[in-house]
Write a protein that binds this ligand. Structure first.
Ligand code: GDP
Ligand code: ZN
Length: 456
C-alpha cells in the first residue's frame, strides 16, 4: 500500500454515524478552505481563508440548485496550527444522517475525497504534529474502556514514552558518535574509550529494562483480558459473574455497535478491562461428559487468558469437575470454591479462591487474585508517573534494541574493531526509532493507521 498523497484534500464524518445534536464533518488539505467555500454561503461572502484561525463562522450549505441543505458552523484552522498540520475546516451541522450525507456529497463533488480510516491522524504524523507512539495513543484514547486505560493513553499521547525513548536514543547516539570519531579521526580523538562506551550502553540498557518492566501491566490495561468462567451446571457461574459485576468499581464501557452476547460481560477488575465469559454451554447429560462436554468446553476455553474453574463447596469435587480441571492443561486458571456460605470446602488447595456469590464474601479477594494472575504474578505498579509500555509493538522494538546492545557489549568486551560495535549500536537505534516512527517502515505505519476509525 502506498501512503496516500498529502496533496489531496480529504473529508469525512468525524462524529459517529446516526442521530445526534450535532454532527461534525472534517475537511483537511491544501484546498480545505476552497472546498468549504464552494458549497457554502457565508455572511458578506468573506472567503474562509481570510478568517482568523480557531474561530467559528455561521454559514449555509447550499445544494446544487442553490437551496439550503443546512445551516452550519465552520471552525477554521490554518496550517500548521491544526490537528493534521494542514488547513482544516470542521463543519458542525445538525446531527442527522440526511443533512450530513448531503453535505458530504457536496464536498466530494467540489474537490475533496473521502478520507481513509485514520487518515487525519496519519497526516498529523506525516506532518510532524505527533510521533508514531503519540498517534497510536490517539487511537487508544478513543478505544479506552476503563479509567486506567484512558490515563495510560493520555500519558503516551502527552509524549511521556516518546521523550523517554528520545533520551535513550540520545545516550546511544553519544556512543555512536564516539565510535564513528574513533574510526574517522583516530589521530584526533585517540583510542576508543571502551569503558565509557560500556557504561553508557549499560545506562541505556537499564532504562530500556525499566520500560520493559511496565509492559505486562500496560498491555493488559490497554488490551484487556478474556476470562472464562467454567464449571458444571449450578455451581454458580452466573451468580459469580453477577457478584463480580456488583463489586467492580467502575463500569466498563461496552464498545458501541458490538452485539453483546448475553453470556459475556465486561467487568473492570483493578483497572483491567476483563471480558468475562460464562460457559453456560457446558451443560451435559452425565454420560456425555467425556465426549460432548469436553469438546464444548474446549471450544469456549480456547482463547481464554484466564479460566475460573468453579466448584461447588457444598458438593465437593466431582468426577466431572476433575475432567474439566484436566482439560485446562497449561491454561492459566484459578480454582474457585463457590457457595462457601453453605459449607467450608474440604479439599481446597492453598491457592484456591473461596467465595460466596450469594453473600459476596471473598469476591474482592478473588478480584485481587485475578489481577495478580493476569499479570502472571507480576507486581501491579499503579502510582508510577513514568513512561509505560502498552503496545506489544513497542515491547518488541525495545526487546530488539536490548538484544542489539547486548551484542554491542559483547563486541566491545571482545575488543573487536570499532566498525563491528558500530553495526550493533546502529541496529539498536533503528529498533528504538520504530517506537516513535523515525525508522518505522511504510507497512508498519499503514498497519497502525488502518486500525483507526473513519474520521479520526
Ligand atoms: P450456573 O449454572 O453455574 O450458572 O449456576 P447459577 O449461578 O445459576 O446458580 C445455581 C444455583 O446456585 C442458584 O440457585 C443460585 O442461587 C445458587 N447459588 C449460586 N451461588 C451461590 C452461593 O454462593 N451460595 C449459595 N448458597 N447458593 C448459590
Ligand atoms: Zn448459569
Amino acid at each position: 500500500q502506498v501512503t496516500p498523497s498529502l496533496d489531496d484534500t480529504i473529508c469525512s464524518l468525524a462524529t459517529p454515524p446516526g442521530v445526534g445534536g450535532i454532527g461534525v464533518i472534517r475537511i483537511s488539505g491544501p484546498a480545505a478552505f476552497a472546498v468549504a467555500d464552494a458549497v457554502t454561503r457565508r455572511p458578506r461572502s468573506v472567503p474562509s481563508a481570510s478568517f482568523a484561525g480557531h474561530t467559528l463562522h455561521r454559514a449555509d450549505v447550499l445544494a446544487q440548485d442553490g437551496s439550503v441543505i443546512d445551516d452550519v458552523l465552520l471552525a477554521i484552522f490554518h496550517a500548521p496550527r491544526s490537528y493534521t498540520g494542514e488547513n482544516v475546516v470542521e463543519v458542525s451541522a445538525h446531527g442527522g444522517p440526511v443533512p450530513l450525507r448531503r453535505i458530504l456529497s457536496r464536498l466530494l463533488t467540489h474537490g475533496a475525497r473521502l478520507a481513509q480510516p485514520g487518515e487525519f491522524t496519519q497526516r498529523a504524523f506525516l506532518n510532524g504534529k505527533m510521533d508514531l507512539a503519540q498517534a497510536e495513543a490517539v487511537g487508544d484514547i478513543i478505544a479506552a474502556r476503563t479509567d486506567e486505560a484512558l490515563a495510560l493513553a493520555r500519558s503516551q499521547q502527552s509524549g511521556r514514552l516518546s521523550s523517554e525513548v528520545a533520551e535513550i536514543r540520545h545516550v546511544i547516539l553519544g556512543v555512536m558518535a564516539r565510535i564513528e570519531a574513533s574510526i574517522d579521526f583516530p589521530e584526533d580523538v585517540g583510542e576508543l574509550d571502551t569503558d565509557l562506551c560500556e557504561r553508557e550502553i549499560q545506562d541505556a540498557q537499564a532504562r530500556i529494562a525499566r520500560l520493559l518492566a511496565t509492559a505486562d501491566r500496560g498491555i493488559l490495561v490497554r488490551e484487556g483480558l478474556k476470562m472464562v468462567l467454567a464449571g458444571r451446571p449450578n455451581v454458580g457461574k452466573s451468580s459469580l459473574l453477577n457478584a463480580l459485576l456488583r463489586v467492580s468499581r467502575a463500569i466498563v464501557t461496552p464498545i458501541p455497535g458490538t452485539t453483546r452476547d448475553t453470556l459475556e460481560e465486561s467487568v473492570n477488575i483493578r483497572g483491567i478491562p476483563v471480558r468475562a465469559v460464562d460457559t453456560a454451554g457446558v451443560r451435559d447429560t452425565d454420560d456425555l461428559v467425556e465426549k460432548l462436554g469436553v469438546e464444548r468446553s474446549m471450544e469456549s476455553l480456547r482463547g481464554a487468558d484466564l479460566v475460573l474453574l468453579i466448584l461447588d463447596a457444598a458438593v465437593g469435587e466431582t468426577d466431572e469437575d476433575r475432567a474439566l480441571r484436566a482439560q485446562l492443561g497449561s491454561t492459566p486458571h484459578v480454582i474457585v470454591w463457590n457457595k462457601c456460605d453453605l459449607q467450608t470446602p474440604e479439599n481446597a488447595g492453598p491457592d484456591d479462591a473461596r467465595v460466596s456469590a450469594s453473600t459476596g464474601e471473598g469476591i474482592e479477594a478473588l478480584e485481587e487474585t485475578i489481577a495478580h494472575r493476569a499479570l502472571s504474578g507480576g507486581v501491579i505498579d499503579t502510582g508510577s508517573a513514568g513512561a509505560v509500555i502498552s503496545h506489544s509493538r513497542h515491547r518488541h522494538a525495545l526487546e530488539a534494541a536490548q538484544a542489539r546492545l547486548d551484542d554491542a557489549l559483547a563486541t566491545l568486551r571482545g575488543h573487536m574493531p570499532a566498525d563491528f560495535i558500530s553495526i550493533d549500536v546502529r541496529g539498536a537505534l533503528l529498533s528504538l526509532g520504530e517506537v516513535t516512527g523515525e525508522t518505522a517502515t511504510e507497512d508498519i505505519i499503514h498497519e497502525i493507521f488502518s486500525r483507526f476509525c473513519i474520521g479520526k
